[in-house]
Design a protein. Sequence first.
Length: 147
Amino acid sequence: MDYEAVRAGMQQAIPYNNHIGIEVLEVGDGRGIVRLPESGSLVNHVGSQHAGALFSAGEAASGAAFVGAFAERMGDITPLARSARIEYTKLAKGPITATGALSEDKSALLARLDADGKVEFQVDVDLANSEGAGVARMSVDWHVRRN
């Protein structure tokens, strides 16, 4: 799989993410990494990254992890993020890196998709500042069905 081509395609695929400046750094086999820039337009009343921007970065990282796992089947499926939970653990200053990873083995997910025509799973995301300190944790529940 040419994950670099997948990453490049994802960078342009979601206009909202481009609007707030999210950069897709990595798409891999069930793993995705994005960066939320430091920008005056993304800060809140205390000068840290806005909660909504952090949520967006986490959701984008979860999407990159999902796409990395299901890339070979993207033309045959419809994915939807069903729900998400986030816990903000530290003021998020500066650029933020969000790393998402499937909570289950990719092969098990694909087997359930093949058997049932749909699959539900979680992607866990860690958000960290430029020093590597965690600023938030997130989980996104995905629902994928065959077309």
